[in-house]
Design a protein around this ligand. Structure first.
Ligand SMILES: Cc1cc2nc3c(=O)[nH]c(=O)nc-3n(C[C@H](O)[C@H](O)[C@H](O)COP(=O)(O)OP(=O)(O)OC[C@H]3O[C@@H](n4cnc5c(N)ncnc54)[C@H](O)[C@@H]3O)c2cc1C
Ligand SMILES: *[C@@H]1O[C@H](CO)[C@@H](O)[C@H](O)[C@H]1NC(C)=O
Ligand SMILES: *[C@@H]1O[C@H](CO)[C@@H](O)[C@H](O)[C@H]1NC(C)=O
Ligand SMILES: *[C@@H]1O[C@H](CO)[C@@H](O)[C@H](O)[C@H]1NC(C)=O
Ligand SMILES: *[C@@H]1O[C@H](CO)[C@@H](O)[C@H](O)[C@H]1NC(C)=O
Ligand SMILES: *[C@@H]1O[C@H](CO)[C@@H](O)[C@H](O)[C@H]1NC(C)=O
Ligand SMILES: *[C@@H]1O[C@H](CO)[C@@H](O)[C@H](O)[C@H]1NC(C)=O
Length: 548
């Protein structure tokens, strides 16, 4: 079969043209089949080729496992090594869309054959949901569609799904020193998953989530239509601002509102161990970080480290306070002297810099590094094996509670806690304005982390279990009924949808759906039922359709 020839991608274009022509001439109607057999895949590929326009042949975007570049294309956007093992299920096809018609072809043909499609933009999904599945599947890879068009005059930008946050920030800052955008701190995260799932970063207390600043979008829906905000309607537009794009359509691009940032911002990162009164400082952080001036965001990271004392080394807890302040260091220090004296921040802890350089600082890149590093498509730090979980805290934790948590962490050794303070703008946006429900009343979000560098299932189980233990230990201190979780911090421990029958799928979907979306879950289900009744856009934690 011609389409399985060794290397479609590198065939001379003349030959390609004849493959396309040959396929079109020898067309047989695509028959409905959901089996993973080779002939079904060939029929699917024929459908794709038939669907694409001669001016934008899809053949140059197709990678089958026979292709010499298949593995490197698949690997390029794997950001969790847990899903880069020999037992990880691989796709039978990757479509690296070069044009909107390729996206439309993938949807129309995938749906016609009832195939499972995974959509990948930046590949940062914590559970690898964008690039693996239990059952046979293909990947629609969006990394080629990554333009960023900034219009300073209207203070807006169109950003395509395959763009990375670093590219967005770089292109905004190149056009204006006074503009930025509130989104994640890791520059290689993709727009497609990040924005459709909510998107938060260190401008959150001032400007809310990424999705609070999205004003238009382009998607391909389950019928293969290219829609914008007007033609998709307000319901679907609401859903793809936090409800996860992958349940509703393929996001091609978002139009975002830029936000104002000063030319000079201040950052700091200070560490305090238990021996340096960490307990006391963390206790006070709880009463300061979610309530202080919206221009200040102080993230708190806690890990376990060795300290050398007069008589050898012992383990201790270390609290890292890392901040972005939209102002100068003098004002920041007087603010903290008044509101958070326990931290003991000093002038020499502070770095005054530009907003764009603060992005480097926050991701542990030396701020003197040329800013083009933000355009790199490979992360600066090596990719790890990892597990993440999340929680929301609504009441400050008592001192004894903190002491217990720290003791537990020292016992477990290899877990990390991130506390990201809310309040400010986050508390002003109504909880139903977007699918993201965790607004007023949430003091901060907890992220549980385990990172490791050794392969092996036993090793993975060990580290994953550590995060589960700490998560369990935290139960008395976090939200209940439902216990809330952040959709962008995907955690399959919350439940998996087997997408096997409407009733069962709804029941399975409700479990994680209510934790991620709380009171917004029902509206998401209604919209899903309307726009994708056949549940083509499905994955391990997608929004189910109504059971009847
Ligand atoms: C190192 C790291 C740092 C992070 N930092 C932050 C942070 O600061 N703030 C924060 O909010 N989150 C953060 N996250 C989480 C991140 O926002 C989510 O994992 C996000 O979904 C990643 O988007 P992506 O496009 O890179 O991922 P992908 O793995 O490509 O996609 C994630 C999900 O979105 C779907 N999807 C992707 N593209 C599209 C599309 N075009 N249309 C429809 N559906 C699509 C996928 O199918 C998948 O279900 C971080 C993750 C990592 C690994
Ligand atoms: C090929 O494309 C034409 C026009 O888009 C369509 O009518 C026909 O059904 C397609 N055939 C297959 C096999 O997909
Ligand atoms: C994923 O695994 C492959 C095959 O073992 C390896 O070549 C590749 O380097 C791995 N990817 C990463 C990011 O480590
Ligand atoms: C810890 O707190 C005590 C009491 O408030 C204070 O005397 C001491 O100097 C602090 N230690 C450090 C390292 O800041
Ligand atoms: C602490 O030191 C011990 C002994 O040297 C070592 O095995 C362990 O990995 C260290 N732990 C951390 C968290 O650095
Ligand atoms: C220091 O170590 C020695 C030998 O291990 C032990 O006997 C002594 O009690 C220790 N001192 C303190 C203050 O912990
Ligand atoms: C950052 O880079 C500059 C210039 O290369 C260097 O002088 C400085 O020491 C570096 N800082 C850190 C913290 O590595």
């Amino acid at each position: 079969m011609v389409v399985h020839s060794n290397n479609i991608r590198t065939l001379p274009s003349l030959l390609l043209a004849s493959i396309v022509v040959g396929l079109i001439v020898s067309l047989t109607p695509c028959s409905a089949t959901s089996s993973g057999s080779n002939s079904a895949h060939e029929t699917f590929i024929r459908c794709l080729v038939n669907r694409s326009e001669p001016s934008h042949p899809i053949t140059s975007a197709l990678y089958t496992p026979n292709n010499a570049l298949f593995s490197s294309v698949l690997d390029s956007y794997v950001r969790n090594l847990r899903f880069n093992t020999s037992t990880t299920k691989k796709p039978y096809l990757i479509i690296t869309a070069l044009h909107v018609t390729h996206v439309q072809a993938a949807v129309v043909c995938g749906k016609r054959h009832n195939l499972q499609m995974k959509i990948r933009s930046g590949g940062h999904d914590y559970e690898g949901v964008s690039y693996w599945a239990e059952k046979p599947f293909f990947i629609l890879d969006m990394f080629n569609l990554r333009s960023v068009e900034v219009d300073v005059e209207s203070e807006t930008a169109w950003v395509q799904a395959g763009a990375q946050l670093g590219e967005v920030y770089y292109n905004i800052a190149k056009k204006s020193k006074n503009h930025g955008f509130p989104a994640g701190v890791c520059p290689t995260v993709g727009v497609g998953g990040h924005l459709s799932g909510g998107g938060y970063g260190n401008l959150m207390r001032k400007y809310g989530l990424s999705v609070d600043n999205v004003i238009d979008a382009q998607i391909v829906d389950s019928q293969g239509r290219l829609l914008d905000r007007k033609s998709m309607g307000e319901d679907l537009f609401w859903a793809i601002r936090g409800g996860g794009g992958a349940s509703f359509g393929v996001v091609l691009a978002y139009k975002i509102n830029l936000v104002q940032v000063p030319e000079k911002v201040t950052v700091f990162s200070v560490y305090r161990t238990l021996e340096q009164n960490a307990t006391d400082i963390v206790y006070n952080w709880q009463h300061v970080a979610p309530f202080i001036d919206n221009d200040l965001f102080i993230r708190l990271i806690m890990d376990v480290v060795n300290v050398t004392q007069n008589n050898g080394t012992t383990l201790t807890l270390r609290a890292n306070f890392i901040a972005l302040y939209l102002g100068d260091s003098k004002t920041l220090i007087s603010l903290l002297d008044e509101k958070f004296p326990q931290l003991g921040l000093k002038q020499q802890d502070c770095i005054e810099t530009t907003w764009l350089q603060s992005v480097l600082f926050w991701t542990n890149i030396n701020i003197s590094t040329p800013l083009e590093v933000l355009l790199d498509r490979q992360p600066q730090s090596p990719v790890n094996f990892l597990k993440r979980k999340s929680d929301y805290v609504k009441e400050p934790i008592p001192r004894e509670g903190l002491e217990g948590i720290f003791k537990k962490m020292i016992e477990l050794k290899d877990t990390i806690l991130y506390f990201n303070p809310y309040g400010g703008r986050m508390a002003e946006v109504p909880s139903t304005a977007t699918p993201f429900p965790h607004r007023a009343g949430r003091l901060w979000k907890v992220q549980y982390q385990a990172n490791w560098r050794t392969p092996g299932e036993g090793v993975a189980d060990y580290y994953i279990d550590l995060t589960r233990k700490l998560h369990k230990y935290m139960t008395p201190f976090v939200s209940k009924n439902p216990r809330e979780a952040f959709f962008n911090y995907k955690d399959l421990d919350l439940g998996i949808n087997h997408n096997n029958g409407k009733k069962k799928s709804y029941k399975e979907g409700r479990v994680y759906g209510v934790e991620y979306f709380n009171e917004n879950f029902n509206r998401l289900v209604q919209i899903k039922t309307k726009v994708d009744p056949q549940n083509f856009f499905r994955n391990e934690q997608s929004i189910p359709t109504l059971p009847h």
